[in-house]
Design a protein around this ligand. Structure first.
Ligand code: OOG
Ligand code: NI
Length: 314
């Protein structure tokens, strides 16, 4: 990679050609997210300080409006172009959402930047199922944008919306019906959350129960929806998350009000029953429970809900 005379540029010497571009883009998405979310940044720094400055991300998540080319595909295209594979669909009828997750080209080797890439979890609001009023609001923002939907990934790396700044009344209309819709209107394609891969931590916080205890002790509020620890029916996928930070948003009609932004998640994937005889050194990511779980995800979505944000810490 040509760096010219710039010395402050991050250069990943292990990545070749287009892979280098891809990793730099993911890095920029992460930077936008960390700059906007002081809690996520503080939690990440804390985990890094305890665990020795190397962590892997289990996944990154995005939210979208499923209408006029602005749904899952708009974000997915970028990841598919760089070698990701579409895996499974998840449905959330009560929330009027669906999601798809995508596996990276490879799960193993090294640290995150130059090593394992995160899974990608992208959801979309089923806009057709919303009230006519909310549909009208959403369609107003996504219409007449030319081909801006093709640049969802670019918007995410830059941290800007692809549509005009929303008005407070439009935000409130969506918030009454779907907190997810309101979140997406003001946050657009910026990363919804990153997830720390807990089983790949090396210290005593390398299991989710002790990590949750530690995070709580340090004064951070965890999402309590359905219990702090979310466990899949097979018992092998364990997840928890902080409650989202809020930020003051300057709406187009002159109102400035706090809106939810992002949270940080933790995931521990246990070894599949057929591989439990392997030694710690032999166990690779693909020997562990893969994928996502509707029951867990349904509760993790609530990390940006007003109920969780305004809840008194336990
Ligand atoms: C996604 C919630 C689901 C998971 O890992 O199951 C999720 C969101 O809040 O957009 O992150
Ligand atoms: Ni997640």
């Amino acid at each position: 990679m040509a760096v010219g005379s710039q010395t402050n540029m991050i250069v990943d010497t292990s990545a070749k050609g287009a892979e280098s571009l891809f990793r730099m883009a993911v890095r920029s998405m992460e930077k936008v997210y960390l700059d906007r979310n002081p809690t996520a940044k503080a939690v990440l720094d804390l985990v890094l300080s305890v665990d020795g400055n190397q962590i892997c991300y289990d996944h990154f998540a995005f939210r979208t409006f499923g209408v006029d080319g602005y749904g899952i595909d708009s974000v997915a295209k970028f990841f598919l172009d760089f070698g990701y594979t579409m895996m499974e669909e998840l449905r959330f009828p009560a929330k009027k959402l669906k999601a798809l997750w995508f596996a990276p080209p490879s799960y193993d080797n090294g640290s995150y930047f130059g090593g394992p890439l995160p899974r990608i979890f992208i959801s979309e609001l089923l806009v057709d199922e919303m009230s006519p009023q909310s549909q009208a609001v959403i369609k107003k923002y996504v219409k007449n944008l030319g081909n801006a939907n093709r640049y969802a990934a670019l918007a995410s790396t830059l941290g800007c919306l692809t549509w005009e700044t929303p008005s407070y009344s439009d935000y409130q209309q969506l918030a009454r019906e779907s907190e997810y819709a309101a979140w997406t209107l003001v946050n657009g394609f910026t990363v919804n959350h990153v997830t720390i891969s807990v089983h790949r931590l090396k210290s005593q916080i390398g299991n989710i129960k002790s990590l949750n205890h530690f995070i709580n002790e340090q004064g951070f509020k965890l999402n309590s929806e359905g219990g702090i620890l979310k466990v899949s029916p097979d018992g092998l996928l364990l997840q928890s998350s902080t409650v989202a930070d809020s930020t003051i948003f300057n709406f187009s009609d002159g109102v400035s009000e706090p809106v939810p932004c992002s949270y940080i998640e933790f995931a521990e994937r246990l070894v599949l029953p057929q591989y439990t005889k392997l030694t710690n050194e032999e166990i690779k990511e693909f020997h562990r429970r893969d994928g996502f779980e509707v029951g867990n995800a349904d509760k993790i979505f609530e990390s940006t809900s007003m109920d969780q944000i305004t809840r008194k810490a336990a």
